[in-house]
Design a protein around this ligand. Structure first.
Ligand code: HEM
Length: 495
C-alpha cells in the first residue's frame, strides 16, 4: 500500500536474513504461540515476518484482531493453503477451505444446524452423555482421558449421524482420537510448504516422507469421513435410524429429488465437520479443565461450595441451574482463557492490499491472531498466567475482566460455527464433574503423592500430555446419583 506516493512499511518484526527472511528463526508449531507472544512484547501487537518471500502477520491484541479480522471481515475471510491437510483428504473440510462459493454453501449448511437458538435441542444428548462420562470415571478413573473423549465424540456422533455410542470400543472413538495424531503428524513442515511440485517426488527421495504418509493415511481419513454416512440408509431401512443432521438432510434431498453424488458428497463433508470440529475441541477443553482443578484445589473447592449451596446433593445440576452458578461460569471461562484450544486460532489470509496504523498489509499475507497473547494480555488481565476465575466476576468482588471471545473461538467470517454447541457441551460436562467428583493428586505404588506436571501437545489444537490424577466421588450420595443417572440413560438407550 502507498500513501502520498510513499510505500508504507510492513509491520515490524525481529531482524531478518536478506534472502530467506525469518525462515531460520521460525519456531516449530508446538512453541509458536509462546515465541510469537515473546516477540510481540518487543515488536508490538502487529508484527510481520517474511518467510521465503511470503508475508506473515501476527496480531497479538484483541484490538488489532477485531479491527482487521472482524471489522474488515470480508478482506480477511480467506485461508492460506494447508498443503498436507488438503492432500490427506481434508481438501473440502470447512476450516481449510478458501473463501468462495463452496465455502459459503457448506458454512451455511452447518450454520443452519448450529445457530444459537437451535443448539438447545441437543441438551438432552449432552446431559445423558455427561452421565455416561461420570459413570465411566467411577468405574475406571485411570481411563479419564478416554471417557472425556467418548463424551465429546458421542455427542457429535449423535447430532451428526444419529449414531449412539454405547461402548468404549466403538470404532468412532478411534477415529476421533486419530484426528489428534493426524493434526500433529500432518502439521510438520514439509517440502510441500515450499512448492506443490514436490508432490511428485518419489517416496525414497530425502525429505519426501510426506509422499508415503499421504499414501498411507488418506484412505483412512476418507473412510472416517464417508463411513458414518454410508451406513445411515441401512439404519433408515431397518427403522433404527435416529433423527440426525444426516438423516434429516437425506430425507429432504430425497423428497425434493435432489439426491445426487454431489449433494451426498456435500452432506458427507459437512457432517464430518460436526464430528471433527466438535469432538476434538471439547475433549481438549474438558481435559484441560481437569488439569487446572488438579493444580488449583482452592478453585475446585470454591466451585463445589457454590454447587452445594445452589443445587445441593440430591440431584445432578442441569442447564436450568446455569444462571445461578456464576463462579462455575467463571471457571469455564478461565479454562478457555488460560489455555485456548487453538493457541494460534486458524490462520486467515488477506484477499487484497490493506493498510493499518500506517503500515502495509499485502494481498496474500497470512494473518494469525495469536490467542495466547490475546488471552494472556497483561493490559487486560492481572496476573495473566495464574488460574483465577474470579477475575471475571464483576467488581468489587472480582476484577471485572472480560474474556475475549475471539481468542477462544476465532474471528469474523471464519468464527467457529460450533461455538454455541461447544459452550453447552463444555459447561454441562464441567459442572457435572465438579458436582460429584473430587479431582486430586494421584499416588504412586508406594503411596507417595505424584506432583502433577501439566504440559501440552500442540499442533493446530492443543491437548494436555497424559497426567495422572485421582478422581474420587465426593460422597456415597454422589456415587448413588451417578449410578441412578446412568441406569436411566441405559433404559433410554434401549428404548
Ligand atoms: C471448545 C470448543 C471449540 C473451540 C475452542 C473452537 C475453536 C475454533 C477456532 C479458534 C476456530 C477458527 C476460527 C477462525 O478461523 O478465526 C474454529 C473454527 C471452526 N470450528 Fe470450532 N471450536 C470449538 C468447537 C467446535 C464445534 C463443537 C464445532 C462443530 C460442531 C466446530 C466446528 C468448527 C468449524 C467447522 C470451523 C471452521 C470454520 C471456518 O473455517 O469457516 N468447532 N473453531
Amino acid at each position: 500500500a502507498r500513501r502520498g506516493g510513499m510505500r508504507l512499511p510492513f509491520p515490524p518484526g525481529p531482524p531478518a536474513d536478506p534472502l530467506i527472511g525469518h525462515l531460520r528463526i521460525m519456531p516449530g508449531i508446538a512453541v509458536s504461540a509462546e515465541v510469537f507472544h515473546d516477540w510481540a512484547k518487543q515488536h508490538g501487537d502487529v508484527m510481520s515476518l517474511n518467510v521465503l518471500g511470503r508475508r506473515l502477520l501476527i496480531l497479538s491484541s484483541e484490538e488489532a484482531a477485531t479491527d482487521l479480522l472482524d471489522k474488515r471481515g470480508l478482506k480477511y475471510a480467506d485461508r492460506p493453503s494447508f498443503p498436507m491437510y488438503e492432500r490427506i483428504g481434508w481438501k473440502d473440510a470447512l476450516p481449510f477451505l478458501s473463501y468462495g462459493q463452496y465455502f459459503k454453501k457448506t458454512r451455511k449448511m452447518l450454520h443452519t444446524l448450529l445457530e444459537r437458538e437451535k443448539v438447545s435441542a441437543f441438551r438432552p444428548i449432552e446431559e445423558q452423555e455427561a452421565c455416561v462420562m461420570l459413570y465411566n470415571f467411577l468405574n475406571d478413573p485411570a481411563g479419564m482421558e478416554r471417557h472425556v473423549l467418548r463424551y465429546s465424540t458421542a455427542i457429535t456422533m449423535e447430532i451428526a449421524y444419529g449414531h449412539r455410542i454405547l461402548s468404549n470400543d466403538d470404532e468412532h472413538l478411534k477415529a476421533a482420537e486419530r484426528i489428534l495424531d493426524i493434526l500433529l503428524e500432518a502439521s510438520q513442515p514439509s517440502l510441500l510448504d515450499v512448492s506443490p511440485l514436490f508432490e511428485n517426488l518419489p517416496a525414497w527421495f530425502p525429505g519426501a516422507w510426506f509422499v508415503k504418509y499421504i499414501q498411507e493415511i488418506k484412505p483412512r481419513v476418507l473412510h472416517d469421513i464417508q463411513h458414518p454416512v454410508s451406513v445411515t440408509p441401512l439404519f433408515q431401512a431397518a427403522g433404527t435410524a435416529k433423527q440426525s443432521f444426516v438423516s434429516q438432510q437425506l430425507e429432504d434431498l430425497q423428497r425434493e429429488d435432489q439426491l445426487t453424488p454431489e449433494s451426498l458428497y456435500d452432506l458427507t463433508t459437512v457432517a464430518n465437520q460436526i464430528f471433527g470440529g466438535g469432538s476434538e475441541t471439547s475433549w481438549h477443553t474438558i481435559t484441560t479443565f481437569i488439569a487446572c482443578m488438579l493444580t488449583n484445589p482452592d478453585v475446585q473447592r470454591k466451585a463445589q461450595e457454590e454447587l452445594d449451596r445452589v443445587v445441593g446433593d440430591g440431584r445432578l445440576p442441569d442447564f436450568t441451574d446455569r444462571d445461578s452458578l456464576p463462579y462455575v461460569e467463571c471457571v469455564v471461562k478461565e479454562t478457555m482463557r488460560w489455555h485456548p484450544v487453538a493457541p494460534l486460532g486458524i490462520p486467515h489470509k488477506a484477499t487484497e492490499d490493506d493498510e493499518y496504523r500506517g503500515m502495509s498489509i499485502p494481498k496474500g499475507a497470512t494473518v494469525i491472531a495469536n490467542s495466547r497473547s490475546i488471552t494472556w494480555d497483561e493490559h487486560k488481565f492481572h496476573d495473566p498466567l495464574a488460574f483465577k476465575p474470579e477475575r471475571f466476576l464483576p467488581k468489587p468482588v472480582g476484577a471485572g475482566e472480560v474474556l475475549p471471545q475471539g481468542g477462544v473461538f476465532g474471528w469474523g467470517r471464519r468464527v467457529c460455527p460450533g461455538r454455541h454447541l461447544a459452550d453447552n457441551m463444555v459447561w454441562i460436562g464441567i459442572v457435572r464433574i465438579l458436582a460429584v467428583f473430587d479431582i486430586g493428586k494421584a499416588k504412586d505404588a508406594d503411596g507417595n503423592v505424584v506432583e502433577p506436571q501439566i504440559e501440552f501437545t500442540t499442533s493446530i489444537t492443543s491437548h494436555p500430555k497424559p497426567f495422572s490424577c485421582d478422581l474420587r466421588p465426593r460422597s456415597a450420595k454422589a456415587t448413588e446419583l451417578i449410578r441412578q443417572a446412568y441406569d436411566l440413560h441405559m433404559v433410554n438407550a434401549a428404548a
